[in-house]
Ligand binder design. Structure first.
Ligand SMILES: Nc1ncnc2c1ncn2[C@@H]1O[C@H](COP(=O)(O)OP(=O)(O)OP(=O)(O)O)[C@@H](O)[C@H]1O
Ligand SMILES: [Mg+2]
Length: 442
């Protein structure tokens, strides 16, 4: 897929509609920001390059028409697409229908949405091409290595969001670099000089988390002998990284929602809340959307967190990054273990390329680090753990009825096929000599 194109800001107080629009637009390779209120939308407009605004008209508080006026005044280059449920009764729609703006009436189909978006974007005076990519990630960016398309896309996204304070949800499997991405956003952005505070919500006992995050005043609870700031106050002006957000208990979820809505934090036991300027980045390796659907995570909080969504792709989907990563780890640990001239054999690289890496980059890094310790001048197959060399075939239920000999035969044939029928290579992987292999093949 090509690098993501235009930045589209979607504004709607209906979370389901926001999600629907985001999914559709993301699938067309646009980059979306979501806002559930006009004030949130204005925050994003002030800090990010937006190429198209899609907004609902009826919203509690300040309505969509006000937002449109604001954009016309402050960002006349941004085209506006209005989504409306009541075309006949809404007075504002007349203005829309007069041709001043594009509009789309609910319910609409995917195709109608795409068509309307493409049409509106034609009115945009600034194209992303004209702005040109700024990342120039090359092979390394804020401590992250890669050159695959997936990696480049991720870096491109980081570049787009780093200078604003929009809330970000990072999702990805364990060991895919979620924390590195969060740090990159902070340290590459405008507020890098301010604090970055990482909080692992899963590692702090549930009953303490709220006080740790928001602080408490003296006497707030038994044992609160003095007033203490929380992580939020400590990170003011900068970024708070809420790792493993899926584990946050209900009381913390409720308080977080309030912070996101009101942009203020109230210490436990305090009378008054205090305004705070902070970027919130949350991360999880669980499917938060599913959790929200099932009711184990607050839906409204999920949407508030997911203003910008970044997915860290698993290593098996960007295998072309493996050699580069390995080279970097060898350089890094080679220095650390005083082995600056260490090399790695082609076979060893091939093995690393074949593995499916359920533990992702962390697993790769550990494997390479261990191999460096074990090796002398060059990293060879023998320096890798057995589970890499002899991966357990994943049994399906049919296999469970087969005799061992048959499974063995199938496995040997699979290994042979994987090395282009080269018996020496197959014997090496199976760790049997060639003669035994020949016998078994018989
Ligand atoms: N692109 C990369 N280049 C080099 N090293 C990386 C890259 N991505 C991740 N790593 C390394 O992989 C390890 C895991 O990264 P990180 O802790 O950011 O992952 P995570 O997604 O937060 O994992 P978890 O879900 O287990 O918390 C770290 O040691 C990190 O330095
Ligand atoms: Mg992590």
């Amino acid at each position: 897929m090509p690098i993501k194109k235009e930045n589209i800001l979607i504004v709607d107080d209906d979370y389901d509609m926001l999600e629907l629009l985001q999914r559709n637009l993301d699938s067309h390779n646009f980059h979306t920001y979501k806002a559930a209120s006009v004030t949130d939308a204005i925050d994003i407009l002030k800090t990010s390059r937006i190429h198209l605004l899609i907004t609902d008209l009826q919203m509690p508080g300040i309505n969509g028409m006000e937002l449109i006026k604001y954009v016309e005044e402050h960002f006349p280059d941004i085209p506006k697409l209005v989504i409306t449920g009541f075309p006949s009764v809404d007075g504002a729609v007349n203005a829309v229908k007069s041709g001043a703006l594009d509009y789309l009436v609910k319910p609409f189909t995917r195709d109608e949405l795409t068509e309307a978006v493409e049409k509106s974007l034609k009115h945009s005076k600034v194209t992303p091409e004209a702005e040109k990519k700024v990342s120039g990630a090359g092979e390394s960016y804020a401590g992250m290595t890669g050159s695959s398309e997936k990696f480049e896309e991720m870096i491109d996204l980081i570049d787009r969001v780093k200078n604003n304070r929009a809330t970000i949800l990072i999702q990805g499997e364990s060991g895919t670099g979620k924390e590195l991405v969060a740090r990159a956003i902070h340290y590459k952005g405008t507020f890098a000089a301010n604090p970055f505070i990482a909080v692992n919500c899963g590692a702090i006992p549930e009953n303490l988390l709220e006080a740790e995050l928001f602080g408490h005043v003296k006497g707030a609870f038994t044992g609160a002998t003095e007033t203490r700031k929380g992580f939020f106050q400590a990170a003011a002006g900068g970024t708070i990284f809420l790792d493993e957000i899926g584990t946050a208990p209900a009381n913390v979820q409720t308080s977080l929602l309030r912070v996101l809505q009101e942009k203020e934090v109230r210490m436990l036991g305090a009378q008054k809340a205090e305004k705070i300027q902070i970027r919130i980045i949350a991360a999880t390796n669980s499917d938060l959307f599913q959790m929200a659907e099932k009711g184990s995570f607050r839906k409204d909080l999920y949407y508030r967190l997911n203003v910008v969504n970044i997915n860290t792709p698993p290593l098996r989907e960007r295998k072309e990054d493996i050699p580069l990563l390995v080279k970097n780890f060898i350089r890094k640990y080679g220095m650390e273990y005083n082995r600056p001239n260490l090399t790695i054999s082609e076979k060893a690289i091939q093995l690393l390329h074949r593995h499916s890496w359920p533990g992702n980059i962390r697993e790769l890094e550990n494997v390479v680090q261990r191999a460096i310790i074990m090796s002398e001048r060059s990293i060879e197959l023998e320096h890798f753990p057995d589970y890499l060399k002899y991966p357990a075939p994943t049994p399906n239920s049919d296999d469970l009825h087969k005799p061992l000999k048959e499974i063995e035969k199938e496995y040997i044939l699979k290994v042979l096929a994987s090395v282009g029928n080269n018996k020496t290579k197959a014997a090496e992987i199976l760790q049997i000599d060639r003669k035994t292999l020949r016998q078994k093949l018989h």
